[in-house]
Design a binder for this molecule. Structure first.
Ligand SMILES: [Zn+2]
Length: 179
């Protein structure tokens, strides 16, 4: 007689086996439960990169679906720290976009990220880099909205879900100077 501990319930196959042995384990949609997240990460020692095993986006960042699409490394950070990092960028100190080891991440502002990229001699050019939190279209829109001086940077920042500093730099062309 097997007990429920014999099955790996974090895996779909494990859950399926458990059901076959008569345990009442509910079915799970792919990627629907937060605890499934880590089953898609190749966890290694603290110092090594933990590569995302699931789908990646066009820039090589892991993509995780759970009530919307998330960047896997950001999701990892939010899961571990239990707080949102919306409006901040999560930079890979290891330069490996698939890595979900949160010890390899540094949370900062968009400006830090630009600085970091320039430092590493990587062309920092807006949304092509995949780390941008504003699209070119949004930056152009925001600049138009700001022109009549009715809305503040703070209001625009709130509207686009970024920090005030980022919005101010985007509107003034300190960031996104190429558009
Ligand atoms: Zn890494």
């Amino acid at each position: 007689m097997k007990s429920i501990e014999n099955f790996d319930l974090s895996q779909r196959t494990g859950r399926y086996q458990a059901r076959k042995h008569g345990f009442d384990v509910p079915k799970q949609k792919p990627g629907a439960k937060p605890h499934e997240f880590w089953s898609l990460v190749d966890k290694k020692s603290e110092s090594e990169c933990w590569n995302w095993l699931g789908a990646v986006n066009q820039w090589g960042y892991g993509r995780y679906n759970n009530e919307g699409t998330h960047m896997a490394h950001r999701y990892a950070y939010e899961l571990e720290h239990g707080k949102s990092i919306k409006g901040f960028v999560a930079m890979h100190k290891c330069d490996n976009p698939r890595c979900c080891n949160i010890r390899h991440l540094e949370i900062g502002t968009h400006a830090d990220n630009q600085y970091d990229k320039v430092n590493k001699n990587r062309q920092a050019k807006g949304e092509q880099q995949g780390m941008s939190i504003l699209t070119e279209k949004q930056v152009k829109e925001a600049r138009e909205k700001y022109k009549p001086r009715i809305v503040t940077y703070k209001m625009l920042a709130k509207e686009y879900g970024v920090c005030k500093d980022t919005m101010q730099k985007a509107v003034r062309g300190i960031l996104w100077g190429h558009i």
